[in-house]
Design a protein around this ligand. Structure first.
Ligand code: SF4
Ligand code: MSK
Length: 625
């Protein structure tokens, strides 16, 4: 029995990789261990050529960098850089969607249209745009131009912050962390970490909050809103997950990364009769699209495209021998997929000029020729079908049914148009609270164990779990996201799920769709007339790895949601930074970070935090040991 993953399909391929000498993320982790202790503690700096510098954690060696930077400055500066990289990634994704939206409004794209006019108008009104007696293109053009300003330096504050409760906005104003332009906060982050600029650890931490807010309420929220407008607002649907979604007798194409711009046209191209005909001539029965990571989540949420796996499955799915192409856009794609693919017939096709992979075939994506390029890419996959190596075909498991498509709007519809039934269920304690299980996989923890263990404990205790990103795939794969999973829920949650016909774990979307959670908790807080921090709501990222995950966790905390992390961030070299993040932030933003590597203890901590918030709201309270 392999100890690296909880899943049969992953374990199967990991043991084959070990037997056949195919290098995977787990081998490479081992080869890197022990990791550098200075880096793990956040105590190394290579910001300038007087360094690199290290601070001795025990106090015996150097206590200052060559420039005089203290351990607190270095740790806080490193954290700001991490958050800024994550915020920039989400926001650049948002800008790519925005440019496609804007060009579509100018009729300069191929394969895109405004799919959700109602959402377009609603968003336009939020930006002060007149929507009466105007055509959709006009509205979209004006909205596109306004949204571009959200990225720049002219803004005093991001417009979508208005969705948050007034009390939250006052906290941000008091701390002077209201995010201005999205790019501005990120550029200012890079400025501040330059040698000799911001050397005050608290000031650096406050700008970390501000930068993350520019992601959650800016870049990510824009990405989500415009993706819904262009590709359709998610509605509840049933699909399937795990390696079993691959089909031996069809051309299999995996779409991996984050941005739905490309994958949406691939879906259209895969329906092209001419390409299906060629696939059949090659001996395949059809073309089967599957998703990996968040591009997969975008397609699953809106189109029900099955999900083949999450972050730690990306190398392993190639070992099925039936993946004819893996099409990648950007973020979370291991460069190693190219190496694994060399042992099989799989073609790795990179598509964004800002995200090239040595050894991959690059087809530069251009939204003005979307459909044409989409067809070109699908054709490559179809033509590769005949290169399969028969002895290497291996699909070791069957698909698991999984529901998805729970946008804020669709949750509201399920509730009959008002949040009242959900709020009432929380008030009377049928639902004790809401937990968001988000984020990645990390080979430092058994694959999907953290996500699924915590979720199980929470739903058993009547806590509704909302999931995004790779956490969603983990929970879907183990069977917590179909109607059968209602049996795992506590009595009260079970009753609510049965009456609404929803599973106890709801798929809210991709990584950028964590912004949907901000919208949802704001709406609940506004319904109750309280701040977000008053709500029995907690976030957790038990298996996080990425800079984006740190940005998400930080904007949750800055928005008033406590966050429990499973993997320790590189901050433990500064007691002052640790104290602020795990305690001091309570006074500043009324929420904090906790680090709890044990999923069992993390689940109890989340439960306790939720029950404590219930007590403060004057609601029924359960003692958590
Ligand atoms: Fe060293 Fe200071 Fe340069 Fe960092 S900025 S490498 S601590 S001299
Ligand atoms: S894909 S950021 S590994 S959740 Fe969004 Fe998964 Fe984390 Fe990437």
């Amino acid at each position: 029995m392999n100890e690296k993953s909880i899943h049969k399909d992953a374990e199967h391929f990991i043991s084959i990789s070990e037997k056949e000498g195919i290098e995977t993320v787990w081998n490479r982790l081992k080869s890197q261990e022990p990791h550098c202790g200075y880096c793990e503690l956040g105590l190394s700096c290579r910001n300038c050529a007087m360094g690199p510098c290290r601070i001795d954690p025990f106090g015996d060696g150097p206590q200052k960098g060559v420039c005089g930077a203290s351990r607190d400055t270095i740790v806080a500066r490193n954290l700001l850089l991490t958050i800024s990289a994550g915020a920039a990634a989400h926001s650049d994704h948002g800008r790519d969607i925005l440019e496609t939206f804007y060009e579509t409004s100018n009729e300069k794209t191929s394969g895109y249209m405004i799919k959700d006019v109602e959402k377009l108008k609603k968003l336009a009104i939020e930006f002060g745009i007149n929507v009466n007696d105007r055509n959709d293109g006009d509205i979209a053009r004006e909205l596109g131009a306004k949204l571009m300003e959200e990225f720049g330096t002219k803004q005093k504050r991001l417009t979508l912050l208005d969705r948050s409760p007034k009390k939250r906005q006052e906290i941000w104003e008091r701390l002077n962390i209201v995010p201005r332009g999205i790019d501005r906060e990120n550029v200012e982050s890079l400025h501040r970490i330059h040698m000799g600029v911001d050397n005050d650890y608290l000031n650096l931490l406050l700008h970390s909050l501000r930068t993350s807010l520019s992601d959650g309420w800016g870049g990510s929220m824009i990405a989500t809103e415009l993706s819904d407008i262009l590709f359709g607002r998610p509605e509840p649907l049933v699909s399937s997950v795990n390696i079993g979604v691959l089909k031996e007798n069809e051309v299999n194409i995996a779409l991996h990364g984050h941005n739905p711009i490309l994958s949406d046209v691939i879906v259209q191209a895969a329906e092209d009769p001419e390409l299906i005909k060629i696939a059949k001539e090659k001996g395949a029965k059809g073309i089967n699209l599957v998703g990996i990571c968040c591009t997969g989540n975008e397609l699953l949420m809106r189109k029900g495209v099955p999900m083949v796996g999450n972050h730690l499955m990306q190398e392993l799915v190639i070992m099925s021998g039936v993946l004819d192409a893996m099409i990648v856009d950007y973020q979370c794609i291991m460069p190693s997929v190219v190496d694994v693919a060399k042992c099989f017939h799989t073609k790795i096709i990179s598509t964004f000029d800002k995200a090239k992979f040595e050894g991959a075939e690059h087809i530069s994506f251009d939204k003005s020729r979307g459909i044409e390029i989409g067809k070109k890419i699908v054709r490559l996959a179809v033509e590769n079908f005949e290169n399969r190596i028969p002895g290497k075909v291996d699909i070791p498991d069957k698909p698991v049914e999984m529901m998805a498509g729970f946008s804020v709007e669709s949750i509201l519809e399920l509730l009959g148009g008002s949040l009242d039934p959900l709020v009432d269920a929380i008030k009377i304690g049928k639902i004790r609270g809401v937990a968001a299980d988000v984020g990645c996989n990390n080979p430092k923890i058994k694959h999907d164990y953290g996500h699924t263990y915590i979720t199980k404990c929470l739903i058993e205790n009547d806590i509704l779990v909302l999931v995004t990103g790779c956490a969603a795939v983990a929970n879907g794969k183990i069977g917590y996201m179909n109607m059968d999973a209602v049996k795992y829920a506590g009595k009260g949650l079970k009753e609510v799920c049965e009456s609404l016909k929803i599973p106890p774990v709801l798929h809210v979307g991709s990584c950028v769709d964590n912004s949907r959670l901000l919208v949802l908790v704001s709406a609940i807080a506004n319904n109750l007339g309280v701040d977000i921090s008053d709500l029995p709501v907690v976030g957790t990222a038990p298996e996080w790895y990425s800079q984006k995950a740190v940005s998400i966790a930080t904007y949750f905390v800055a928005s008033g949601v406590d966050v429990v992390l499973g993997i320790p961030p590189a901050i433990f070299g500064s007691q002052k930074v640790v104290d602020v993040l795990t305690n001091g932030l309570k006074d500043l933003v009324k929420a904090t970070f906790s680090v709890e590597p044990s999923p069992d203890k993390a689940a109890r901590l989340i439960q306790k935090k939720i029950e404590d918030k219930r007590m403060l709201l004057g609601l029924s309270y359960r003692e958590i040991g």
